[in-house]
Design a protein around this ligand. Structure first.
Ligand code: BDR
Ligand code: CA
Length: 313
């Protein structure tokens, strides 16, 4: 089978970086048409820089990286340096990128790619706030039915919120954008905190990355070393949650995940619950399902896949 064509839309972020590395390590499964950066964990200038540093770490300077929206559609940007550090990619000591940023805007790249590739062949993989994707859908509604699938990290139901008591970070940063995407009609697969909080880098899993002995293996171990301190303190968990790699792992091994096809609506009005993903897990609303909302992961299988693939870089 031909590799699946994907666009990774991202705000790196250590866990975004690992998601990108997993995709780049899997060329038989995934063809990365481009990486689009969005403001999220840190401002756009840094996410566009970090995305290129990750490509260089993987030895893939051929990947086109585009900068996109520098702020959410209708509100001020909220960032997460308290989780990811000042650069967004604190942990390893990576050199500044030498590869250029593409001239085109990320939103135009997404539109042009969906128009030029055969209908139903391009999958969007958002790993940050949904601003770029929503902008593209608003600017060019004709591309929506051309999308094969959107597989995204965002939201939470049983885990509720990580940035507010009610909301997960990616959705909270740009709830208007999330609303547009969830209402778009494009097929959606959602990796919420309910799943990603089970993808924890325990000490032996971190050691397995380091034991690869490669620049990639060591950098991933250093990233998760840095990234875990926040969640350990907050949740008392055993290690860093690898949120975003659940997206790229799903594209390679969907059998590692289980969930339900349910209705998911985004709260955009209430101050108290702004950005909440109201998932109708129990089917009580009568609203039509619009998303495959994942609930569980085979974490052992996930880390086996990840470590084995990272070893290829
Ligand atoms: C999401 O927010 C970011 O901090 C992570 O990169 C992930 O995409 C988890 O809530
Ligand atoms: Ca992210």
């Amino acid at each position: 089978m031909l590799p699946r064509k994907i666009i990774i839309d991202t705000d790196p972020g250590q866990d975004d970086a690992v998601a990108i590395l997993l995709a780049l390590a899997s060329p038989d499964d995934l063809e990365v048409l481009g990486i689009t950066a969005v403001a999220g964990n840190v401002p756009l200038e840094l996410t566009a820089r970090n995305a290129r540093m990750v490509c260089e770490l993987a030895g893939r300077t051929d990947i086109a990286v585009y900068a996109g929206c520098d702020r959410p559609l209708g509100r001020d940007l909220v960032t997460a340096e308290h989780v990811h550090g000042k650069t967004g990619l604190d942990g390893p000591d990576l050199p500044p990128p030498a590869m250029p940023l593409q001239k085109a805007h990320a939103v135009d790249f997404i539109i042009d790619t969906l128009r030029s590739e055969p209908e139903g062949t391009v999958t969007l993989c958002p790993l940050g706030p949904l601003t770029n994707i929503a902008m593209a859908f608003e600017k060019a509604p004709d591309i929506v039915p051309r999308v094969a699938e959107i597989v995204l990290m965002g939201g939470a139901y049983f885990e509720v919120g990580n940035i507010t008591p009610a909301a997960e970070f990616n959705i909270y940063v740009d709830p208007q954008a999330a609303r547009i995407v969830f209402k778009s009609g494009a097929p959606l697969v959602v990796m919420p905190l309910d799943v990603t909080h089970k993808a924890l880098v325990t000490a032996p899993r971190n050691e397995a990355f380091r034991a690869l002995g490669t620049p990639v293996g060591v950098a991933v171990a250093q990233m998760t070393d840095f990234f875990e301190r926040f969640d350990k303190e907050k949740y008392g968990s055993v290690g860093a949650p690898l949120h975003d790699p659940c997206v790229t792992a799903y594209l390679i091994r969907p059998d590692l995940f289980t969930g339900r096809h349910v209705n998911v609506e985004i709260e955009t009005q209430s101050d108290l619950t702004m950005g909440m993903t109201v998932a109708d897990w129990w089917g009580v609303s009568g609203r039509a399902p619009n998303a495959m909302f994942m609930g569980d992961i085979d974490a052992t299988g996930f880390f086996t896949l990840l470590t084995e693939r990272l070893a290829r870089l």
